[in-house]
Design a protein around this ligand. Structure first.
Ligand code: PGA
Length: 247
């Protein structure tokens, strides 16, 4: 399985930020893993153009479950694909919180993404209160079952485990906590989609940075990372890509 280093720029980035793309491609011209950046939708087309012929792939951060229609301000999966996206992040905890996205909606979006030929990166993760209550695996299991299309293949699907309390906080779970959740995800995914589950990339996300990447990538069932803050600068993201390439 080819591992995946994915960057999520969230609501950050203007045309000037494309300088980071050139720097990243120069720093990692031929990584041993896949390399993806998901900028604001306004930059997808220009970033895809800047990345043409390189190892860098470009993705969206959300899509609508319908292909087209009267949905002001939304973007469909075919529109993202037309702009040059190959992947789309779905069900990020910030969208679940800011926009009330449910598991059923995330699943519908994932089905739309796959139908448009995009790789769906489905995000899951517990809140701090859920972890403290001992509910982590139950919460994540329910999110997986509700959000992941059961017919998805390994080529169409990536799962990102992102504990909400680790996102943008500088706090990360212990290696044992990450390993426990990833082993659980692999098993639960097998119940849900069958044998393909063995080949689905399971990413860890939440305060991944150059200084902790190698330790996280050494854990079983960790097939890459979804990186927020540390994906904005090539100087931070390139060493994370290098650490994954070496894992
Ligand atoms: P972070 O964000 O790396 O800034 O913690 C991760 C994410 O939300 O994908």
């Amino acid at each position: 399985m080819r591992k995946l280093a994915a960057g999520n720029w969230k609501m950050n980035g203007t045309a000037a930020s494309l300088a980071e793309v050139a720097a990243l491609i120069a720093a990692q011209p031929d990584p041993a893993c896949e390399m993806l950046l998901c900028p604001p939708a306004t930059l997808i087309s220009a970033m895809a153009q800047a990345a043409r012929g390189s190892a860098l792939q470009v993705g969206g951060q959300d899509c609508h479950p319908k292909t087209s229609g009267a949905h002001t301000g939304d973007l469909s999966a075919p529109i993202l694909a037309d702009a040059g996206a190959t992947h789309v992040i779905l069900g990020h905890s910030e969208r679940r919180a800011d926009h009330g996205e449910t598991d059923a909606l995330v699943r519908a979006k994932a089905e739309a993404a796959i139908a448009a030929g995009l790789v769906a990166i489905v995000c899951l993760g517990e809140t701090e209160a859920q972890r403290d209550a001992g509910d982590t695996l139950q919460v994540i299991g329910a999110q997986l079952t509700g959000s992941v299309p059961p017919a998805a293949t390994a080529a169409q699907l990536v799962i990102a485990y992102e504990p909400v309390w680790a996102i943008g906080t500088g706090r990360t779970p212990t290696p044992d906590q990450i390993a426990e959740v990833h082993a659980f995800l692999r098993a639960r995914l097998a119940d849900h989609i069958g044998a393909e589950a063995a080949k689905v990339r399971l990413l860890y996300g939440g305060s991944v940075k150059p200084s902790n990447a190698a330790e996280i990538f050494a854990l079983p069932h960790v097939d890459g990372a979804l990186v927020g803050g540390a994906s904005l600068k090539a100087a931070d993201f390139a060493p994370i890509v290098a650490a994954l390439s070496a894992a």
